[in-house]
Design a protein around this ligand. Structure first.
Ligand SMILES: [Zn+2]
Length: 227
């Protein structure tokens, strides 16, 4: 994805301004993602990923700022604690960070992610990965701002739905460009690394088909479709 207006919205034009994620059965190499993260540090790759992380944060934040304004609501964004390594991340309610995870901490209202989770997805899948992870965690922050009656019991799948609404909504508003292949990257992100990281654990987040269906619901129907 890119944040500047440079290329035609090829995927959007084809899909009617919706990111359509193909079913996980149609993706290559599902489940075959490497389980180890290369320990070598590629400085340029790290820089590129960190730029994408910062862009994803600003794009998703701006989308929700506008959405709350449309609803006549005051928007107070969550804090972004950003990347951490292993168990050295910010604790949440006294609990240490979990290696390989990304999370939203409700009592302290912040979002954090393990650099290794971002790096693995970025390297194996592509830049759409960081947008998905950040938009999903932001979705949990949005849930914390909703009336309890609007928060689904399937809290992880609703966060995927809100991520779809935010990414596609941001693209429709010109905040981010969807590049050809981003839809495939997001589909692979929702399925290919399942169970390799706590963040993609099917027991807590739903299986790949459920995650894909919920992302698509938000992508097609917007925020209302997720509530
Ligand atoms: Zn989640």
């Amino acid at each position: 994805m890119r944040s500047t207006v440079v290329v035609l919205l090829f995927a959007l034009a084809l899909a009617g301004c919706t990111i359509e994620v193909v079913p996980p059965g149609g993706t290559p190499d599902a489940g075959s993602a490497p389980r180890t993260v290369d320990a070598r540090v590629d400085t340029a790759a790290v820089d590129a990923r960190e730029v994408d992380e910062q862009t994803a944060v600003s794009v998703v934040d701006e989308y929700w700022r506008r959405e709350f304004a449309r609803q006549g609501e005051v928007y107070d964004p969550p804090r972004v604690a950003g990347g951490y390594r292993g168990s050295s991340g910010p604790s949440c309610a006294g609990q240490p960070s979990v290696p390989g995870n990304a999370y939203y901490c409700p009592p302290s209202d912040f979002i954090a992610w393990d650099d290794s989770l971002m790096a693995a997805g970025y390297d194996q899948i592509g830049d759409a990965w960081v947008y998905l992870v950040i938009a999903h965690e932001w979705g949990h922050a949005i849930q914390a701002r909703l009336a309890s009656s609007q928060v689904s019991r399937a809290i992880e799948l609703q966060a995927d739905c809100l991520a779809g609404a935010a990414i596609t909504g941001a693209a429709n508003e010109g905040l981010v460009q969807i590049e050809e292949g981003d839809d495939v990257e997001i589909s692979r992100a929702l399925s290919a690394v399942a169970d390799d990281f706590p963040w993609t654990d099917t027991s807590s987040h739903g299986n790949a088909a459920e995650r894909t269906a919920n992302f698509n619901r938000g992508s097609r129907g917007g925020v209302e479709a997720c509530l």
